[in-house]
Write a protein that binds this ligand. Structure first.
Ligand SMILES: [Cu+2]
Length: 655
């Protein structure tokens, strides 16, 4: 009898628990937000959002631009993938942007947008972002919201800890997620410990030309390097990199890379590294990598192939790197606004360890070492740790700061954001996220001066949040108000691709510098047509160059005859408009090289190879005026051996 009763009790408790579970697991937006949140995110017609939010597109290789607090999507910036919306990576001018030492790579995986900084504060000049798979770093000009430079990183594989900038954007730092032989070589994978190395890369940004240059690399032990952040204030000469797999396993990492109780944060004194490079301590290593630059006056990208890189070995460079033991398989490493605290997020750690920069310097001075790896001293954990946040949540990943003494950590496994106090390390608030948060973003939240009004959760899973769209559901961000004592959920909105990380900046910083047109008189494109008088068609063997103009609401020329099967027809279309928000589009029937979208004052080129005789219409693909539909023309294609003469005209003026 007693047995049956206790079994019943267990059963009833289980039923109650499972109901609570279902309730907690399926909270609808009605349950989780209070009544006045709609007003907090409402941006009335005629008014602007307060912040720009830049999210990485993850596997789509682009950057999404959103307004905060509305969550409205404004633009997708083409970066590491061809984008049919703009013709990026399809047009002859932009194809060089996607060239690498592995050839044309039309699709990559972008993770961590990072704004340029002046004195440790986002300045709104540039946004940098990494390509993870074929290691590269891109620079986006925030006057035009266009990618203007991409540099490939040699000796790297999985460019994950990238790109993070130093206090005045002196360097953009990056490191390899997958250690590989350096230089790459055909070796047994089982020789990992012997042959595989990590690299940390420092890309300099020239303050005058604003161009990137891979200044030097540091060879480090063959761990997996995950994320990074540069120091600020007192720690401004240092950059910090998390590493996992300090076990140096090469198979079944889910088990084999979780054995050590502590992995490392690498603290790198880049100022000293720079000095060692100047003193000639770096060795030249041959390496092939691409540097692609888009010229905003020529409207054209050019690729340069680099042949060598400078490499520093820590053995030759005492004092340049130290390891801070960090539990356990750390992901994020984040430096608080004062530059004193270095917060690591151990995916498998039960606490959030916070290192102290001043204690680190003292420990170095007092040589409080706990061994070394490849000549890099390991500092004693107790000597460098400032404190540990107890019971933070499961799977702490990444931390940002509000500038008011609080830190916010995303916890992947327990799907929540945990707010805690710097100095006392006590958890003061927590809020659930839906579901499985990765990174989070506070505007300026990794800088010296956060605009600590909102935190954005970047979530991996959106089950039961939106209308179903087949097996794949949209990715999602959540906007949370952090202006008060308690965090308050305001909004969730879908995002493009998989947003890994995001950065936000007050709109007023960018708006005043935003370009409205490209000046036609500054257009230095070699195939531009400055006005309709310059519109023409030239044949050079099988290459036909069409110098075409577009203006509301016609092309010049709009009739072309004498094109033959086997020709390479280059349509160089110059948009003559000098008016904001008036792009024209161009495409031609049967084009297998997409469509192009040409901004006011710009020239872009579509290459077309006709394969069959006939009449081919072309037209403007961007609705530009009441007579947009009339913005069209015809090309006559004749057989390869035909003797139809080349001619072209607009209206009656045949040439
Ligand atoms: Cu048009």
């Amino acid at each position: 009898m007693q047995n049956i009763n206790s079994n019943k009790l267990i059963l009833i408790s289980l039923i109650i628990l499972s109901f609570i579970g279902i309730y907690l697991g399926c909270k609808s937006s009605k349950d989780v937000v209070s009544g006045d949140v709609a007003q907090a995110v409402y941006v009335a017609p005629g008014t602007y959002d307060e912040f720009y939010l830049f999210t990485s597109g993850g596997f789509n290789g682009q950057v999404g631009v959103y307004g905060l607090p509305s969550g409205r999507h404004f633009k997708t910036i083409s970066v590491f993938s061809q984008n049919p919306e703009t013709g990026y990576g399809y047009s002859e001018e932009t194809r060089p942007m996607l060239m690498t030492s592995y050839g044309f790579v039309p699709w990559d995986d972008a993770h961590h947008p990072e704004l340029s900084m002046t004195d440790g504060v986002p300045d709104g000049r540039f946004l940098f972002i990494n390509a993870n798979n074929t290691p590269r770093v891109a620079k986006i000009d925030l006057k035009t919201f266009e990618t203007t430079e991409i540099i490939e990183i040699p000796n790297s594989a999985g460019n994950h800890a990238s790109p993070f900038v130093t206090e005045n954007t002196e360097y953009i730092v990056a490191s390899t997620r997958f250690s590989v032989p350096v230089p790459n070589a055909d070796v047994p994978i089982s020789s990992y410990k012997e042959n595989f190395k990590g690299t940390i890369s420092f890309i300099a940004l020239d303050p005058k030309t604003e161009k990137m240059n891979l200044a030097f690399q540091i060879i480090v032990p063959g761990f997996n390097y995950d994320l990074a952040h540069a120091g600020k204030g007192p720690s401004k000469d240092w950059a910090f990199f998390t590493s996992y797999n300090t076990e140096q396993a090469n198979t079944l990492l889910e088990i084999n890379a979780s054995k050590n109780d502590k992995d490392f944060v690498a603290a790198v004194n880049w100022r000293l590294a720079e000095k060692y490079v100047k003193e000639g301590k770096a060795k030249k290593m041959s390496a092939e990598y691409y540097h692609n630059i888009y010229d905003e006056k020529k409207h054209m990208a050019v690729s340069e192939v680099k042949k060598e890189v400078l490499v520093l070995d820590p053995k030759d460079c005492p004092g340049m790197i130290y390891y801070l033991p960090t539990p356990k398989s750390p992901h994020g490493v984040d430096v608080d606004p004062t530059g004193e605290y270095i917060v690591a997020g151990g995916k498998l750690a039960t606490v959030i360890p916070v290192h102290s920069f001043s204690k680190m310097l003292k420990a170095i001075e007092e040589k409080q070492f706990d061994g070394e790896v490849n000549g890099i001293p390991i500092l004693k954990y107790e000597a460098v740790v400032a404190g540990e946040v107890q019971n933070p949540g499961l799977g702490p990943l990444h931390t940002e700061f509000d500038g008011k003494g609080y830190a916010y950590t995303s916890c992947f496994v327990s799907s929540e954001i945990v707010k805690w106090k710097l100095g006392t390390w006590e958890v003061v608030d927590r809020i659930p996220t839906y579901y499985s948060i990765g990174h989070l973003c506070i505007p300026g939240g990794d800088s010296k001066k956060p605009w600590g009004k909102y935190v954005v959760a970047l979530n991996k899973i959106t089950k039961d949040r939106y209308l179903p769209t087949g097996p794949e559901l949209t990715q999602s961000a959540q906007l949370i108000d952090i202006s008060g004592e308690k965090m308050r959920l305001l909004l969730d909105f879908p995002t493009v691709g998989e947003p890994h990380y995001a950065q936000a900046i007050p709109a007023e910083i960018l708006m005043k510098n935003s370009a409205k047109i490209y000046k036609i008189e500054e257009n230095n494109h070699p195939y531009k047509a400055n006005g309709e008088k310059e519109a023409k068609v030239e044949r050079k063997g099988n290459d036909v160059h069409v110098y075409m103009t577009a203006i509301r609401s016609h092309f010049a020329p709009d009739n072309i005859e004498g094109i033959k099967v086997g020709d390479n027809v280059y349509f160089h279309v110059t948009n003559l408009e000098q008016d904001w928000d008036i792009p024209h589009g161009f495409t031609i029937k049967g084009s297998n090289n997409a469509e192009i979208l040409i901004m006011p004052g710009q020239t872009k080129t579509l290459l077309w190879k006709p394969t069959k005789p006939g009449i081919y219409p072309f037209y403007c693909t961007d609705f530009c005026s009441a007579l947009h539909q009339e913005m069209q023309g015809y090309v006559r294609v004749s057989p390869a051996n035909s003797n139809v003469a080349l001619s072209y005209y607009t209206g009656s003026s045949s040439k």
